[in-house]
Each structure stands twice: as C-alpha cells, then as structure tokens.
Design a protein around this ligand. Structure first.
Ligand code: GLY
Length: 436
C-alpha cells in the first residue's frame, strides 16, 4: 500500500482520459495539490497550467516550481517520444526525484511501433494474426498476393488512430500500403474475426493487475456502420467473459506475456497496459494491438466505475508495490457515450458553447461528464475537438447504466450546436453474452 503522505500531482494531457485521471487523483486523500497541463475546459482554471505535453524541458521546470512528487501521463505521444527518449526517460535523467506513471520510450514501442509489437508477440509465443512487413514499394504486390483480401494494413508508427485500414479489395489494400510506406514500414496482416475486447491492466514492471474487460464501439454510427473513430462509447465488464472463465484467464496470460516480454528486453512496463484482443468463435483471444496508455474511452468508464482510491494504485505502480494491492473493485455495470461534434470523424467542425444548464442536468441525473475536446474561453467552455464529452454512468446492469445516460441526454436540448452521439452503446450487452 502507498505510504500515508500527501503527494503533489501533475496530470499531463488534455483529453478525456486525462480528465478522468485528474478526477481520480483529486478524489484521493493521498493527493494534496493536483494540477493538470494543458488540461481542458473540464478542469478548473486555477488547476491548469499551459506547458505542452511534448515540452519535456518545460514540464521538468513546472514540476520543480510546483514541487510535484508524481506525474501521471495520459497521451501516448510523450510516452513514445522519439522511440528512445520519452517523458519517463527524460524525467529519470533530469528530475530523478519525481515519479512518473507511464512506460519508458523503450516499453512504449509496444504502441509506437506495430512492427516491434508483432515481433515481441512472435518471440513470446503470443497468438497474433499472421503478418508480413513491407519496407519497399516493390514488395507490396508479393505480400498482397500472399495475404489476399480482406487484409489489415497498419502503419508502423503512431498515427493518431488513423493508421489502420481493413481493406476489403486489393485496390484498397494497395492504396493503403502505398500511403503508409511514404511514412515508414507497413504491416500487412490477416483479418481475425470475433469479438473485440479491451483488456487494460495496471503494471509496475513486475506484476500486472487487471482492471475489468471493456468493449469499445469504434464505428461512428449505430449498428457499427460508418467510418472508424477513436471510440464512440463503451461498456464494462463483459458478461460473456467472467473473471473465473477461460477467456479472461487467457487474456490475463496474454497481458502477462506482453509485460514479461518487454521486461526481458530491459524495459519493464510501468503504467496502464492496454491489450486489444479479438476473441474468436472458439473462445481464443488473438492479440490485435498493445497501447502504452489506457484506452479512450475505456479508461473513463473504468475509472468512473472504480471503487476505492485509484491514485493509491498509481503510486503502487511507480513504487513497484502492486503485488501488495488488493484486487480492484468496481460498480456493478458501467457504460459511457461519447458526444461528438458536427463532421466527426472526417471533418470535425466544433462550434458554439457548452451549455452550463446541460452540465448541471447531467450531474443531477448521476451522469459523470469528462471533457475530451473542450477549451475555456472568456464566454464559457467551447467544444474544440471531434470527441467533445464522455458521459459515464454506473448501475446494477448495463441496461440501467445506458438508460441513465440516454434518458439524461434525451430530456434536454443538445449541449452545443451540432452535437451528436451513437444511440446503441451497451444495447443488448446481456443478450450478447448469451449469443456466444
Ligand atoms: N479505444 C481504443 C484506444 O484507445 O486505442
């Protein structure tokens, strides 16, 4: 357990996950002052600072000025850095007295390089789709002929959620590979079908402690139609994969294998380890991707449902004492719905202001609102991103949790002009579990 003292905390980020992490830290009796940089419109002005997430020099100076004890990093870009020097490595060198919750750049390659992640899977016997690397244009036709279609084409580096194409035709696969290869190596892999699971764990570099499995809705529109997004909502847990069942056990084995594999490379993973898996019809999980941060919006839904002091777990990860922590406990069922701006994901055109009455209405209905893409200006808080607000609720069942959110949304005019959301998040979660 974390020592009883008062930590001064800095959350780095301005997305919905950063807001959720900020709130989790703020609620902790262990946390004294909690600041956020650059933050967003959901965080009080006096608690925000304006140092950018990639300004490592500025962040170290900010920590010195504010006597920060622990930095909690939300986005992947500062964690990955340039592949060898990320925020964790920089602090280790320049501010060794400050703890940082997040993996080193070496460990963050699990997300920063798809090629690295696939190689680690192969070396550690982790089940993942068959793949080939394409490093030159003239290889594309040969690899295409090997894989056929459909095929998944992935850019090697960070692409802000836009680097993956599921190509249904040879023409689309070729076009995606040509687009990708301009930026670096490209992975082409077989398509695995089944049910996707986000399995997010805490990790201190030695031990892995799972949070609950969650299901993300990546397509923009109801019934999984439309373009891919960063995630339009999710729910947790997944009734079809209970903690005492075989799929959960395999997911945990997979997460441990990833953590052990990266530790053997001398890069123990500290932070939130996200294992994205596809569970096939036989109930076998295949690793799709690893992220070096919690998912978004999965982290929001998990933290909102978390019972107890999450900050204590953050400290335990940094201090390498996760093994001493009790099993995380959660509310019965959790759901979240993302409110997006007009034009998202292709051409987000956020405009107007977020209604204060609307925010008060959500609070009165027991719906927690995390800001994802908002900024405070003199007139109020304005939407600035594609995904603007993340609405979370807990209840005894998924059906009740989703109704809590949708009933609140449907009983008041929209929060800002052009706001929209999917209407089927967590719908039929219980039935889906029976339809295995
Ligand atoms: N929701 C998926 C991700 O954060 O990568």
């Amino acid at each position: 357990m974390a020592k009883r003292r008062s930590y001064r905390v800095l959350v780095v980020g301005g997305d919905g996950r950063a807001h959720a992490l900020y709130k989790a830290c703020e609620m902790s009796p262990l946390a004294g002052e909690v600041l956020c940089t650059p933050g967003n419109g959901g965080i009080r002005t006096m608690k925000r600072r304006d140092v950018g997430v990639m300004d490592f020099v500025g962040l170290v100076a900010l920590c010195a000025n504010e006597a920060i004890d622990i930095v909690v990093v939300s986005p992947e870009a500062p964690l990955c850095g340039d592949g060898t020097m990320g925020i964790v490595d920089y602090f280790k060198e320049h501010a060794p007295g400050v703890m940082v919750f997040g993996p080193s750049a070496g460990a963050a390659r699990l997300e920063g390089s798809k090629r690295f992640c696939k190689q680690l899977c192969v070396e550690n016997l982790i089940l993942t789709a068959r793949y080939d690397e394409v490093t030159a244009t003239e290889q594309i036709e040969r690899v295409l002929a090997t894989h056929g279609v459909p095929t998944v084409v992935k850019e090697d580096g960070l692409a802000g959620g836009k680097g993956v194409t599921v190509a249904m035709t040879v023409e689309d696969a070729r076009a995606a590979a040509i687009r990708g290869i301009v930026k670096g190596p490209v992975i082409m892999e077989d398509v695995v079908t089944g049910r996707e699971v986000s399995f997010i764990c805490l990790s201190d570099g030695k031990d892995v402690l799972p949070l609950r499995p969650a299901r993300d809705y990546k397509r923009a529109f109801d019934n999984d139609k439309g373009p891919n997004t960063g995630g339009m909502g999710c729910y947790s847990p997944l009734p079809e994969y209970p903690e005492d069942g075989p799929v959960y056990a395999q997911l945990l084995t997979m997460a441990n294998a990833v953590a052990d594999g990266i530790a053997v490379e001398d890069f123990p993973f500290v932070g939130l380890l996200y294992v994205g898996a596809m569970v096939d019809r036989e109930g076998t999980p295949w690793l799709l991707e690893v992220n070096c941060r919690g998912g978004d919006p999965e982290t929001e839904v998990l933290l909102n449902g978390f019972k107890g002091d999450f900050f204590e777990y953050i400290v335990a990860c940094c201090e390498g004492t996760l093994a001493d922590m009790p099993t995380p406990q959660f509310a019965g069922a959790s759901a979240c719905v993302v409110v997006a701006s007009e034009g998202y994901p292709e051409k987000p055109a956020p405009h107007g202001l977020i209604s204060q009455d609307w925010l008060a209405h959500m609070a009165a209905r027991g719906v927690e609102v995390f800001h994802a893409g908002t900024t405070e200006i003199a007139e109020g808080v304005k939407p600035t991103g594609g995904r603007v607000l993340v609405l979370c609720a807990n209840a005894a069942t998924h059906e009740e949790a989703r109704h809590k959110i949708y009933d609140a949304l449907n009983s008041i005019p929209h929060p800002f002009p052009g706001a929209w959301w999917r209407t089927d998040i967590a719908k039929g979660a219980a039935q889906l579990a029976l339809d295995l």
